[in-house]
Design a protein around this ligand. Structure first.
Ligand code: AQP
Length: 335
């Protein structure tokens, strides 16, 4: 029986993924490789929207890929590849840009936030059109589901709109993808600013838990996480965002429901609770860090895995792109 398709991507914009990337997205990828025909990519073309130095980009692409295998993606169960190795992504992005209204693109809140941060004049056209490239990533693979954190919901809406518009205009071509967002982990927040998303680019080092970080700094950051002046370990988004974030983290990593955790720490204050969260995070990250280091020690082998993934991805992308060209009225290239 045909399995539903899943596609998702992650940017190589830092030297490590963080806990938000892991819980909000990548951990779902691992589970879905068992139930879906899965395509996962390191979206390096997205990463150049903020102009990394070439050496930095090269290093981070490999680190990102190594982490994906280290968290449990199995090249025999899913396809892991680097976006720029499949040229069809940029080709489809252009075709979809011509189907996207200026006003529609201008509504994307992530661009507005980032443009505000970098300054309107420093924000590139690429940063503006990034959601269209993301739509191309998804639609090329005819994905049924896209596991993401809630910050990507608006971009996924755009992908759905573009698929529907293209299908209406040129005939059925694309599957209309659905977001796959787990409510409990849809937004892991910054430890120092617990109402803001934990983010590679906007969190301060103290607010972010990196998957590849050593136990010492991880423990310190969790012990110093902003909570509130109270003492009760209770989930209360509005009045206790810091404690709620830590409870979500502990629940997601341990599989223990939040009410059970609340009962466990009743009357104990924040100290023991934070210590337990810290140990859990350290124990969860350590094997991932060790496997990542091993994978990075053999770049040739890592590159070989990525080449094999790109080959499989290309076969699917080529098929979709041939249909898109034909439906839009392009002539076949001479053979
Ligand atoms: N804090 C978060 N909580 C839950 N999910 C999150 N994701 C990111 N932050 C959180 C999800 O991780 C996946 C990969 O993210 P990305 O690399 O595409 O970039 P992003 O969403 O823009 O994440 P960052 O960390 O904020 O990166 P920068 O700073 O480079 O922009 C996505 O599915 C995302 O939803």
């Amino acid at each position: 029986m045909d399995r539903p398709r899943v596609l998702s991507g992650i940017q190589p914009t830092a030297d490590s993924f963080h806990l938000g990337n892991y819980l909000g997205a990548v951990r779902q990828w691992v589970a879905m490789q068992e139930t879906h025909e899965a395509f996962y990519c390191v979206v390096d073309l997205h990463a150049i929207t903020v102009n990394p130095a070439p050496e930095e980009l090269r290093r981070r692409i490999r680190i990102a890929a190594a982490q994906l295998f280290a968290v449990g993606l199995d090249p025999d169960r899913c396809t892991v590849f680097v976006q720029s190795h499949v040229r069809e992504h940029t080709e489809l992005a252009w075709m979809l840009s011509c189907q996207t209204g200026m006003g529609e693109a201008a509504r994307m809140t992530q661009f507005k936030d980032k443009a505000a941060k970098y300054g309107e004049s420093a924000a590139s056209v690429g940063l503006f059109t990034y959601p269209i490239l993301m739509a191309a990533d998804i639609l090329l693979y005819q994905a049924d589901q896209v596991p993401v954190g809630v910050d990507q919901k608006q971009h996924l809406e755009l992908s759905r709109d573009l698929a529907q518009r293209f299908n209406t205009r040129f005939g059925q071509t694309f599957k209309v993808p659905n977001p796959y967002i787990l409510k409990e982990v849809e937004k892991i927040t910054d430890l120092q600013e617990p109402t803001a998303k934990m983010s590679k680019s906007s969190s301060s080092p103290q607010g972010i838990l990196d998957l590849l970080e050593q136990p010492g700094p991880l423990r310190k950051k969790i012990m110093r996480a902003v909570t509130d002046t109270g003492t009760e370990v209770l989930a209360d988004e509005e009045n206790k965002p810091g404690v709620t974030n830590l409870l979500r983290i502990q629940s997601a990593l341990s599989g223990t429901p939040i009410p059970e955790l609340e009962a466990r720490y009743a009357g104990q204050g924040y100290g023991t609770f934070k210590k337990d969260v810290a140990e859990l995070v350290v124990d969860s990250f350590a094997p991932i860090r060790e496997r990542t280091e091993k994978l990075l020690a053999d770049e040739a082998e890592l590159d070989k895995l990525l080449a094999a993934g790109a080959e499989r991805a290309r076969a699917v992308a080529r098929e979709t792109m041939a249909q898109v060209r034909d439906r839009m009225g392009f002539l076949p290239a001479s053979s």
